[in-house]
Design a protein around this ligand. Structure first.
Ligand SMILES: *Cc1c(COP(=O)(O)O)cnc(C)c1O
Length: 388
């Protein structure tokens, strides 16, 4: 998996999927099989998630966004309901809440881990609150126990955004092994199927409902190898969507899931090299590491630029790094600062100081399994050059 360092002229992206001969062969096999949409590969991908996250039910979809949509719908979230979620997340979650007619209520995050806590969520709970959607951020695990206790005390749904957390462990157990978690298979995530998402849950009824809603609302009816499809007698139980994951995509995901542990090992090695470098780098500092028991999957390596020590803005810093051949990303610009949400200040009920502080300073630097050790030094050297 380790490859030669990119030369100084070759652009180093902040992320690149690790795809090889096995993924190519898997896609070719599907193309030649005569069945390219949802079928056996999709079932295998779901089984591999059940095994990897220790969950009895996994449902594969076209994206994590689709998973969020269907979970919220299946949980009955709609007009009049409030959903507490960080603003420091991908906007897809907020969009789905709004599209269902419900009200997102933004919680601030811990300044060092970028994750919500019981203390930032609890003051936002009202009579209308129905659910809390915390995010396992950058591959680190949320401190779930206090949030789970809060949800239980107040009779709220806890839905884990685990888009960054395939292979992340909390307190010795994989994220997704308790409760309901939504994973993403987008190409920048730790494991990809091109595009895709998986809902993993302990709740049999929820899994069945999501399964039905992903394909027109037809009665659950397993793919039949002999018939290569669904029984023609399947009936609409309720109007559903078209969120089923094609086998062409699922086959890639099945191969990738087999490499999950080696991907995480490589990401962890590179992250440790970065952490060592940042011990003596005052202008740029990484996120803080959780103090609770967890295994980091190192989805992203996020740093914050110290605006008090440089005349550059974060955006100028990113542009200058690009000039030197280093790609960076932004995960994320706070959701409440996007235009549509800026115009809806009623979603902000408490100051989002830590969220805004990070939103202005943060950037994601290159981290992917195919990076060479030398690329870490190159990224650090480029940052120092820009800041000197
Ligand atoms: C990527 C991401 C999503 C959405 O995943 P898709 O598969 O692209 O829909 C949701 N939440 C977070 C935190 C993400 O990073």
């Amino acid at each position: 998996m380790k490859s030669a360092p990119a030369t100084m002229t070759e652009f180093l992206p902040f992320s690149r999927p690790t795809l090889g001969a096995a993924e190519e062969q898997a896609v070719l096999d599907v193309l030649r099989s005569g069945w390219i949409t949802t079928g056996r590969q999709c079932q295998e991908l779901e089984a591999s998630f059940n095994a990897a996250v220790g969950s009895p039910y996994s449902v594969a979809l076209t994206s994590a966004t689709a998973g969020m949509h269907l979970c919220l719908l299946a949980m009955g979230i709609g007009p009049g309901d409030e959903v507490i979620t960080p603003s420091m997340t991908w906007v897809s979650t907020i969009n789905m809440i709004v599209l269902l007619g419900a009200t997102p209520v933004f919680a601030d995050v811990d300044r060092e881990t970028l994750m919500v806590t019981r203390a930032t969520v609890e003051p936002l709970i009202t009579d209308r609150t129905r659910a809390i959607i915390p995010v396992h951020f950058a591959g680190a695990a949320l401190d779930l126990e206090p949030l789970r206790a809060l949800a239980q005390e107040r009779g709220l749904i806890l839905l884990e955004d685990a888009a960054h957390a395939i292979g992340t462990h909390y307190d010795g157990q994989p994220v997704g092994s308790s409760g309901t978690a939504i994973f993403s298979l987008h190409p920048i995530k730790n494991v990809t199927s091109g595009e895709g998402g998986v809902v993993s849950t302990q709740d049999a009824a929820l899994a069945e409902r999501v399964r039905r809603l992903r394909f027109h609302g037809l009665a659950v009816d397993a793919f039949d190898r002999k018939e290569q499809g669904r029984a023609p007698t399947a009936e609409v139980q309720e109007p559903g969507f078209k969120y089923n994951l094609p086998d062409l995509n699922a086959a890639i995901g099945v191969v990738q899931m087999g490499q999950l542990e080696s991907f995480i090992a490589r990401r962890t090695h590179l992250a440790n090299l970065y952490l060592e470098e940042f011990r003596n780098f005052e202008e740029v500092q990484p996120l803080g590491l959780p103090t609770w028991s967890q295994r980091h999957a190192w989805h992203l390596f996020i740093v914050r630029l110290d605006l008090e020590r440089t005349s550059l803005s974060r955006d100028e810093f990113m542009a200058a790094l690009k000039e030197l051949g280093i790609g960076t990303g932004l995960h994320f610009r706070a959701s409440h600062l996007h235009r549509f949400y800026r115009e809806r200040p009623e979603f902000v009920r408490q100051p989002l100081a830590a969220t805004e502080w990070n939103s202005e300073r943060m950037l994601s630097i290159p981290l992917f399994p195919g990076m060479a050790d030398e690329d870490v030094a190159r990224v650090i050297a480029a940052m120092k050059e820009v800041l000197s």
